[in-house]
Design a protein around this ligand. Structure first.
Ligand code: PEP
Ligand code: MN
Length: 263
């Protein structure tokens, strides 16, 4: 169902009037984790000023270590909704359990399925029954074929509003957290009709090469870019090393707009 051969036209997803997968690209930005109202409001206000419509923020955090911050759960989703309504933004947030679909429908606009859950088939089936769009992240060691099959699980379940996001894959390279597979963008666009985005934060794990990576993604045909932004990255409860602060985000955003690659 997701194959370009079955449907030659691009799937275009309407998120409260913002079109994803159409002629224009989208920017999705926000903190790794929801931590407080003050934190969310600081980011939301900067996004609104920049004309950005979609904010990210994790409430259910799938952390590598059980001792790390696990997220605020439903409380975090409530906070996201309140701040989104205040600033006129749409929200994307990760859920990690099939039983959380109803919560997502209640509070947020797009469900994120994280890299670690790309092949959680019960979660994919549940997302197939959701009434809101899904952003599916590429697994840390998933081939593109496995990635496309995971998307197929959601679409065959009845939810055709699926977008794919390359977030870097595990290789031997240590200078980046993961290796950004730029070739995934044209290949996924060629093989499927789904919107394809690139998460420059998780694919690099760095703050200093986000602009060239975002430009590369857009030049390769990506429908959008995702980046982690935190008002005080040095005290962030997750992914402190890779989150950029608000002035750094503004510089990145200016650079992306000046590139002419973001229409
Ligand atoms: C995230 O988006 O914060 C996240 C946990 O990403 P990934 O699933 O790509 O590691
Ligand atoms: Mn993160």
């Amino acid at each position: 169902l997701v194959s370009r051969k079955k449907q030659p036209d691009n799937t275009v997803i309407d998120v409260n009037g913002t079109l994803i997968g159409g002629a224009a690209q989208v920017m999705i930005a926000g903190p790794c984790s929801v931590e407080s109202y003050e934190q969310l409001r600081a980011v939301a206000s900067a996004l609104k000023d920049a004309g950005i419509k979609i904010m990210r923020g994790g409430a259910f955090k799938p952390r590598t270590s059980p001792y790390d911050f696990q997220g605020l759960g439903e409380e975090g989703l409530k906070m996201l909704k309140e701040v989104a309504d205040e600033f006129g933004l749409s929200i994307i947030s990760e859920i990690v359990h099939p039983g959380h679909i109803a919560l997502a429908e209640k509070y947020i606009d797009i469900i994120q399925i994280g890299a670690r859950n790309m092949q959680n088939f019960e979660l994919l089936k549940a997302a197939g029954e959701a009434s809101i769009p899904v952003l599916l992240k590429r697994g840390i060691a998933a081939t593109l074929e496995e990635f496309i099959h995971a998307a197929e699980y959601i679409v065959v379940g009845g939810n055709s509003n699926v977008m794919l996001i390359e977030r870097g894959i595990r290789t031997y390279e240590k200078w980046t957290r993961n290796t950004l597979d730029i070739s995934a963008v044209p290949l996924l666009k060629q093989e499927t009709h789904l919107p394809v985005l690139v998460d420059v934060s998780h694919s690099t794990g760095r703050k200093d090469i986000l602009l060239p990576c975002a430009k590369a993604a857009l030049a390769a045909g990506a429908d959008g870019v995702m980046v982690e932004v935190h008002p005080e990255p040095q005290v962030a409860l997750s992914d402190a090393a890779q989150q950029i602060d608000i002035p750094q985000f503004q510089t990145l955003w200016d650079g992306i707009k000046r590139s002419g690659l973001f229409t």
